[in-house]
Design a protein. Structure first.
Length: 203
């Protein structure tokens, strides 16, 4: 089956994935949030510290409930059908706005990884005590933190090749040193300066 983007492009329709890109610009509302408030945008829960603790808690609770329901119908599904169900209800949610999870705490990453591990164990009839790395490799599933890095790298690649929305392309600035350095010509990007107090990163 062709990816949805290729199907849309065949009909010369301009498009981009809103779920992965439109959540990236958060400056417009984090500055107005009180220290204890939260803001929900496109099913993503933001807090004033941009820690995503509330978002991860919500995701973990929802996904474990989905896995419990899927486990009840597992005896009636073939492996391929069960894999499709898990991709539909679990894997697709792992990819939803996951670029926002870059930089979150290791504890939250671990909580998200437990969901993927449980889904893999459910699909392969593995025990909780089994080593999960070869199971994920056999399913060709990237661990959660690799999926986050991959999504960011994909967005950057598209932006550098003018395949991303303008508001993302404008954020990236090529690194051009004032004098000849070994880093010249390596296609590096400039790291923007940030003032943590004004951006809401209070934690």
């Amino acid at each position: 089956m062709l990816p949805l983007g290729q199907i849309i492009s065949k009909y010369n329709i301009q498009h981009h994935c809103y779920a992965d890109t439109s959540c990236n610009n958060i400056d417009h509302f984090t500055s107005d949030m009180s220290p204890l408030s939260t803001y929900v945008k496109q099913e993503v829960v933001f807090d004033s510290c941009v820690s995503f603790n509330a978002q991860v808690t919500k995701v973990v609770q929802t996904w474990f409930l989905q896995l419990m329901l899927i486990s009840k119908v597992r005896p009636f599904l073939s492996f391929s059908d069960l894999e499709k169900v898990i991709h539909t209800f679990i894997a697709s949610r792992l990819a939803y706005c996951n670029a926002l999870y870059s930089g979150i705490s290791k504890g939250n990453i671990h909580r998200l990884q437990l969901i993927q591990n449980a889904a893999a164990q459910l699909l392969t009839h593995s025990r909780r005590s089994d080593y999960i790395t070869p199971i994920l490799a056999g399913l060709h599933w990237l661990p959660v933190y690799f999926r986050i890095d991959f999504k960011i790298l994909l967005l950057v690649f598209k932006a550098l090749h003018s395949q991303a929305p303008i508001y993302i392309c404008d954020v990236l600035t090529p690194y051009e040193p004032d004098r000849g350095l070994r880093s010249s010509g390596r296609n590096l990007l400039t790291v923007p300066e940030s003032h943590l107090v004004t951006k809401g990163f209070c934690c």
